[in-house]
Design a protein around this ligand. Structure first.
Ligand SMILES: N[C@@H](CCC(=O)N[C@@H](CS)C(=O)NCC(=O)O)C(=O)O
Length: 200
């Protein structure tokens, strides 16, 4: 399988962590999203012109949520918890991240380089942080459920982004944030994201 990813693409990194968790045999195709011709290059691999996209030879799976679901199927359910209620919650949490937190995303862009701390929080950011505080508070430390899975893969990148901007969650939520920051797969993902910038 070939996974097409982009430089500084958080959705690509989430899928990359899912590939590690499922031990998927993927080769990585990196597109530098800062280059003028990036769109035409992505379109050779992804029908939406967005990354990530996973090419399986005869078909392409695109969009990080769909790719995570596909990887989960290929790995006999390894990315999701074993109980159906927890799987439903995991899907809800991934969908919530996938569709939400737009203010944090726009005001705290992802970067592997040091960034300036976010010093003033407007109402929208405060509301999003309150929701993240609640989500992280419910984690079964050290991971969201009994073992590492898709929710950790998706939210680890957010934990990193918050930390980079000087946002440290409180109490149990802060412990889960710290646990994600210390997670080997997140550290490897950030190192890999730095490598991607020099590969293209
Ligand atoms: N919903 C999509 C979002 C994909 C997406 O927005 N990817 C960005 C990089 S993180 C991209 O391809 N940007 C290039 C562009 O907008 O032209 C997913 O989860 O895969």
């Amino acid at each position: 399988m070939e996974l097409t990813v982009g430089t500084d693409s958080t959705w690509s990194l989430r899928v990359w962590i899912c590939c590690q968790l499922t031990q998927a045999n993927v080769s990585i195709k990196v597109i530098d999203l800062t280059q003028p011709a990036y769109k035409s290059r992505i379109l050779k691999h992804s029908p939406t012109g967005l990354v990530p996209a996973l090419n399986q030879g005869t078909f392409t799976v695109y969009d990080s949520l769909a790719i995570a679901e596909y990887l989960n199927e290929c790995a006999d359910g390894a990315l999701f918890p074993s109980s159906s209620s927890e799987r439903a919650l995991a899907r809800s949490l991934c969908a919530e991240l996938h569709a939400g937190f737009l203010n944090l995303r726009s005001q705290c862009p992802f970067s592997t380089e040091p960034v300036s701390p976010l010093l003033t929080y407007n109402r929208q950011i405060e509301n999003e942080l309150a929701r993240i505080q609640d989500i992280f508070s419910a984690a079964n430390f050290p991971f969201m459920f009994s073992c590492a899975g898709v929710v950790d893969a998706f939210y680890a990148i957010l934990a990193f982004r918050l930390n980079a901007y000087g946002i440290k969650l409180k109490g149990h939520a802060g412990q889960y944030q710290q646990s994600l920051l210390e997670w080997t797969y997140l550290k490897q993902a950030i190192a890999t994201a730095k490598d991607w910038k020099s590969i293209d």
